[in-house]
Every structure is written in structure tokens, then in C-alpha cells.
Design a protein around this ligand. Structure first.
Ligand SMILES: [Zn+2]
Length: 602
């Protein structure tokens, strides 16, 4: 494991006061919300289903199937950071279970359902640490994975194999058959997995769609045939389980988008997720219909368009796509569409640059129509709101179109979920992919509306081990690590809770550095201690506070040195930190990070 030191002294005087800001999920154990009952394993012939991540959250999907000495991995995704995680880029699954005792050597393969980052995003951070096992992915997923891997030049080459609808791969005791599922990205694969214990079906993210984009409609006959082979366990997408009825067809989503194109008089600027390939395609098709050229802003947008076009998943007429977005300025506004990243208000992404005037060639003009995807990541609402306000001030029209969202419009809703259960008719049902409320809704629906017994519906969380035999399923008492592993620009997993808490504190209340010079012989503080503060309060306007603070520092240090005994400087620093922390809080109601530096002279 790469271990880089990010060294910031932990100086928090409020460690015990702000538990809710910790970067880790504060999951408590509510055993009555988990079923079936927790028991100890009875024999080793059972299939173990191990969700490392992706349950109780939207994103970072990664699940293991383990049978005796063989492990099959399904997806390796990441998720975006939560609110109050300054400087964190992504959160990836905890793979301690695989690293312990070199267990990763038992991995027989990694199967990928589709090319969304919550299913493939952690590949560059995880594969080389688990022995770079072979990956199996559809052509589009494979293309996106390889393209992204190019950005990580020091990593070993991936062993990545192409699979198609109907491909059958034998991996140790598992036989994996891939079948096509509709979603909002092409080339999405459900998995039929033959195991020594019974057949497992993983739905992937899916919806039933009779009018999809650039691919075939749902093949119900094929799904029914899969179900007829006898399914022991169905792992089913839960993202849409709280929504009644049926998801929108891609055709209906297209029709809704078209209304925006019909009404727009000037340029249309669409901020969306680059991996939402269907929306990108729809925007291109509509642009052609309404006589618009299309330009792209944002690294991941350009990169994904390039790869999807090269592989034939993105179709456009000759001359529709602009080589450089700057060329947009050569055409009348009504003939231009711009697709960009940054719908979440990300600081470095396309839309933010365009809005703030930092983009070298595109800035907002009155009459522009801006289309936003709805915000899914908690904590970004305020940024998106400010971005919208800024756009409105610049006299742009702003639309918030929920279907541009990666998690809306792409997932089976209750009618479809029930239909899937009906076709698969599994003995055990396990909701996957989603917040706990989504998993819960899916589980409850299976019991109330599909006739499942409670003990046959597996409602659980990350880090649990579910043992399954042809007769019985139970959750083991032991738990495996399933922490948030945080990736920042510098490394993987080296941003622990302490570093994160320090960053939160710096971001909120600033830093307060004290430099005191102490005479070793006399134990007296020489001169007046230096104080440097950033992001706390403006010190020049707080002369009185500064005076009192210095007095407090001198008192605290000299109290410790007064005895003439050997001084424990660590203890003295802790003491200064705590005393000053409390003092500053009392005076300002803020808790900056206090960093005492004591220099001995003489
Ligand atoms: Zn997806």
C-alpha cells in the first residue's frame, strides 16, 4: 500500500466535541433493520456474498462473491466526497479484506457491469494493489477504462478483456454469462453467474426501455429464459426503488430535452456528466435537428466523447462536432450548443470557468440557455445555487432538468423492479446499489408485493458477509472493514480522519501558530511570543485579545518551567494548545487549529 505522510500535527482542542464532522460514515448497529438473522456459519460449502461498498450509499460499488478459495469481484467504483471533506477528490472502497493474508491472490477475475464511474472509477487506485487480476468488460466500458488509465502513467498495464452480450467466461468455480441491460449508457451488462451453490443474477444498474438510444430495446424473452434456469439469488439495483411506476424511456427524455431546443433563441450550454453517454448523444442529435454545431468544454467531456465516438457509440454527422470550442465564436449564437462538465458546480470544471469568465474562449452572453443536471451530491447545493444566480445576473436563461442527472431516468422504478423479480423468480433477493432507504424500499416491496419471506430477503450494509446455501441465507456475526478510503491529489488512503478533521478545522476556523522562545537556563519566555494566524480573526484589529493571548502563553509555559526540573516539552505544548484553545473559544466562539512551536535557547 502506498503510504505517504501528510503531516499536520493534530492540535484539535475539540476532538471530543465534533464527532459529526468525522469523515467516516457514522454507522451504528441497528440489528433489527438487518435481515435475515445473524448467525454463525455452519459449513464452508456456502457462497459468500461480500459487499465491500455501494450499500447504504450511491456510488463506489464493489462486491465480492467468494466460494472456498476463489473470489470474483463485481465492479470497482468510486464516489464523490461528502460535504465538509476539504481537498478530498474521491472516496473508494476499503480493500483491507483482500489485502489481509494476501487473500487477493484468490481473485479469479473482475467483472464490470458498465462504464459509469460509480462502477469503474476506483480501478486506477485499486487494481495494482490486488495483483492486477484480469478484468472483463463490454467494449464501451473497456474503452472508457483504458482511456482513463492512460492518465495514470506509472501504473502497470491492465489485463482487460472484452465481453459481449452472450459471452460466457469461466473464472475458477464461477461461470459468468453477460447479458445486455438498458440504462443511460450503452453496453451495460447484467450478470448470470453459475456457482457451485446455485445461480446468481446481478442486474447491474438497469431500466426496461422499449425506445433506447443507439441500442436494442430490452429483450424480455432472453430475461425470461435466464429466469427459467433457476435463480438462487437476485442482486437487484435499488436506486429507483422509492419511485412509483415505470422509469421514462430514453425516447421520452429526448422529447423533454427537445422542448428546450425548440424554445432556445441563443446558444445552448448543457452541463452534464461526461459518462452519461445517452444524454451527450441526445444533445448532439437535437443540435443536428435544430442546425447547431456542438463544442465541448472539460477534460473528461472531451476524453469521453473521443472514446465513445471512436468506438462507434456516439454518432454525429460530418461537421457537427467542433474541433475547438473557440470555433463556436465563428457562428451565430442560434447555431451553437456547448456541452460541458461541472453541473455540480465543481470549481475547476467547465461551467464554473465559463460563468466566472476564466474560460479562454467562451463566456456567458445574454440570451444563452443554460441546462443544469440536478444536484445529487449532498453539499453542492449552495455552490450550484450561487452558480445559477451568477448566470441569471449575466442574463442567461437557466433550466434545471432532472433527467440530465446520472441517477435520474436511468434506473428501474417499482413496476420494473417487480417485473424483474417476477421473471427471475429467485429464492433469495438482495437489494444493492443505493442509500439504505432505497435498499429498504426494494426489500419491503419484495416482501409486501412479491410474496418473499423476510428471511429470504437480504437487507444489509457494507462490510457484512452473507452466507448462502441452496436452502438458507444468513449474515455472519463478524464484520470486515468497510471504511471510507479517501483519495486526494497526493495519495490513496493516507488522508485519515485526523488529517480530514484538521482540514475541516482549517477551513472553518483557521489556524493560530504560536512561536515562543524559552531560555533553557532560566525557564523564562524571551521577548514576546510570535503569533501567526490565518483564516481566524484579523489580529491587528484585536490588539487586546492579542495582548491577553501572549500573557496566557507566557503564564502557561513558565508555570511548567518554574520548578527547575527537566521539562516535558510535549506536555507543555499540549498544555498551551488546550489552554489557548479554550481561551480563544471563550473570547471568539471559534476554534482555530492551535500550533505551538517552542524553541529552546541558551
Ligand atoms: Zn450507472
Amino acid at each position: 500500500m502506498i503510504k505517504k505522510e501528510i503531516k499536520l500535527e493534530n492540535t484539535s482542542p475539540r476532538n471530543d466535541q465534533k464527532h459529526h464532522h468525522s469523515g467516516r460514515p457514522q454507522r451504528k448497529h441497528y440489528p433489527h433493520h438487518h435481515h435475515p438473522k445473524t448467525e454463525e456459519p455452519i459449513n464452508s460449502d456456502m457462497l459468500k456474498v461480500i459487499p465491500l461498498a455501494g450499500l447504504g450509499e450511491v456510488g463506489r460499488n464493489m462486491m465480492l462473491l467468494e466460494y472456498k478459495d476463489s473470489i470474483l469481484i463485481i465492479d470497482v467504483g468510486f464516489r464523490m466526497p461528502e460535504e465538509n471533506m476539504p481537498g478530498i477528490d474521491y472516496i473508494i472502497p476499503d480493500i483491507s479484506y483482500l489485502l489481509k493474508d494476501n487473500k487477493y491472490k484468490n481473485i479469479v477475475g473482475v467483472v464490470i457491469t458498465h462504464g459509469h464511474y460509480d462502477h469503474i472509477g476506483a480501478i486506477p487506485y485499486i487494481m495494482h494493489r490486488i495483483g492486477n487480476p484480469p478484468i472483463y468488460a463490454s467494449p464501451l466500458s473497456r474503452g472508457i477504462i483504458i482511456k482513463r488509465q492512460e492518465e495514470f502513467t506509472t501504473l502497470p498495464k491492465l489485463d482487460i478483456n472484452e465481453v459481449k452480450d452472450g459471452s460466457n467466461i469461466k473464472l475458477g468455480p464461477f461461470e459468468v454469462e453477460f447479458f445486455r441491460q438498458n440504462h443511460n449508457i450503452p453496453d451495460n451488462m447484467g450478470l448470470f453467474i453459475k456457482t457451485p451453490v446455485g445461480n446468481v443474477v446481478h442486474t447491474s444498474d438497469f431500466k426496461f426501455d422499449n425506445f433506447p438510444v443507439n441500442e436494442e430495446p430490452t429483450n424480455f424473452e432472453k430475461l425470461k429464459a435466464i429466469g427459467k434456469r433457476g435463480i438462487l439469488l437476485l442482486l437487484s439495483d435499488s436506486t429507483g426503488a422509492e419511485e412509483e411506476g415505470h422509469s421514462l424511456s430514453e425516447k421520452e427524455i429526448f422529447a423533454n430535452m427537445e422542448k428546450i431546443f425548440e424554445a432556445a433563441k441563443g446558444r445552448i450550454i448543457i452541463a452534464t456528466f461526461s459518462s452519461l453517454v445517452n444524454r451527450v448523444q441526445q444533445a448532439i442529435t437535437l443540435s443536428e435537428k435544430y442546425g447547431r454545431k456542438v463544442g465541448f468544454i472539460g477534460h473528461s467531456m472531451k476524453s469521453n466523447v473521443e472514446i465513445t465516438k471512436k468506438l462507434g457509440y456516439l454518432k454525429s454527422q460530418k461537421g457537427t462536432l467542433l474541433k475547438k470550442v473557440a470555433d463556436a465564436n465563428k457562428y451565430p449564437d442560434k447555431n451553437i450548443t456547448i456541452l460541458c462538465t461541472g453541473a455540480q458546480g465543481e470549481e475547476s470544471a467547465g461551467l464554473m470557468k465559463v460563468t466566472t469568465g476564466e474560460h479562454p474562449s467562451i463566456c456567458i452572453k445574454p440570451g444563452d440557455t443554460i441546462v443544469f443536471s440536478s444536484s445529487v451530491i449532498p453539499g453542492n447545493e449552495r455552490t450550484v445555487q450561487m452558480l445559477k444566480d451568477d448566470l441569471l445576473r449575466q442574463k442567461a436563461k437557466v433550466f434545471h432538468y432532472k433527467m440530465m442527472d446520472i441517477h435520474a431516468g436511468g434506473h428501474a422504478q417499482r413496476e420494473e423492479l417487480k417485473e424483474m423479480i417476477g421473471m427471475m423468480n429467485p429464492k433469495f433477493f438482495m437489494p444493492v446499489h443505493g442509500q439504505f432507504s432505497m435498499l429498504y424500499a426494494n426489500a419491503q416491496m419484495a416482501q409486501d408485493e412479491c410474496g418473499f419471506k423476510e428471511e429470504n430477503v437480504i437487507l444489509t450494509d457494507n462490510g457484512k458477509i452473507i452466507d448462502i446455501s441452496p436452502e438458507k441465507a444468513f449474515i455472519e456475526k463478524r464484520e470486515i472493514p468497510s471504511e471510507y478510503i479517501m483519495v486526494d491529489g497526493l495519495g490513496i488512503g493516507d488522508v485519515g480522519e485526523i488529517v480530514l478533521r484538521d482540514r475541516q478545522m482549517l477551513a472553518e476556523d483557521g489556524i493560530f501558530v504560536i512561536i515562543a522562545v524559552v531560555n533553557r537556563k532560566t525557564g523564562k519566555v524571551q521577548d514576546s511570543p510570535d503569533i501567526i494566524s490565518r483564516g481566524f480573526i484579523y489580529l491587528r484589529e484585536s490588539k487586546d485579545l492579542l495582548y491577553q493571548t501572549r500573557k496566557k502563553i507566557i503564564q502557561t509555559i513558565e508555570k511548567a518551567t518554574a520548578s527547575g526540573q527537566v521539562v516535558n516539552w510535549t506536555y507543555v505544548k499540549d498544555n498551551v494548545r488546550n489552554t489557548l484553545g479554550d481561551f480563544l473559544f471563550e473570547k471568539t466562539k471559534r476554534r482555530p487549529m492551535v500550533l505551538p512551536v517552542i524553541i529552546e535557547v541558551g
